[in-house]
Design a binder for this molecule. Sequence first.
Ligand code: FE2
Ligand code: FE2
Length: 315
Amino acid sequence: MKSQYVVELKAGQTVKEVFVLTKKIVKDKKDGGLYAILELSDRTGSIDGISWDGDSLNDISADDFVFVSGNVTEYSGRLQIVVHSMSAANDSDIDAEDFLPRYAGDIGAVMKSIIECAGAVSNVHLRALLDSFFGDSDFVKLFSLAPAARTVHHAYLGGLAVHTLSVLRLLQSIQPVFDFLNQDLLITGGILHDVGKIYEYSYKKNISISHKGRLLGHIVIGSEMVSKRADRIKGFPEDLKSKTIHMILSHHGEIAWGSPKQPLFPEALVLHYADNIDSKMEMIRQVYAKNRGKNKQWSDYHPFLEREIYLGDEG
Ligand SMILES: [Fe+2]
Ligand SMILES: [Fe+2]
């Protein structure tokens, strides 16, 4: 077990600890030589780092476990480690549990609730589609393990299932308000909207984006997964297949947010809003958790929420 975790680091502290090097950008110094901008991570989060001796880091690559010796300082309002030395960590110093954040609750119960939602879908084709996913033990294993993001929200093992269940609960509460919504399509879209994330991320040492994720992204990967399974179901109506895939394609809502299509029917629009609510609420929950006990009234600027969050007297 580590003795120093990212979340506990404070300015002025000396660091002698193992991290995963999640980013390494080497640049030229004005007076010759190299310096390196770094990001160091463990299961509690990431911290920036800087090494003024970039030449000494040649043998170290992003994704390596590294032993770091340095000092924590504050730069532009953010903590960073000024690295004095960094070397590849010994395998014996690495405890995988220190590097992969995991859902703290019962992931089995989360999966059971999602499968119950799938079981309530009565349209035979959509039900067969969901059964083809959840009857596949390899898929279930990956779906229950995958994170929902690298850093932004639900960035921990099991995060995809937790996020999916939250979206389903939101959809179930919105659906009775608008009686013209097709419940089966809504729930199917909710369950499948992020399935591509099981291949978008790699999560062995740390949560990072896989090659496939970088090249295709979860929207395209998920659309292909659904398309392939729908094609194996005899008589799956072409229009229903297009609508299910459209819900995946459009769930980010805007082309600028990564969706190739804007939502073009009510179930797709509601799914987008439910997805948006859950991801943003999780970001805000993290902001509160991070600032608890810090006696601050406002959070730092949040790059995804594009604002500072009011913490009030709870900060
Ligand atoms: Fe998504
Ligand atoms: Fe999502």
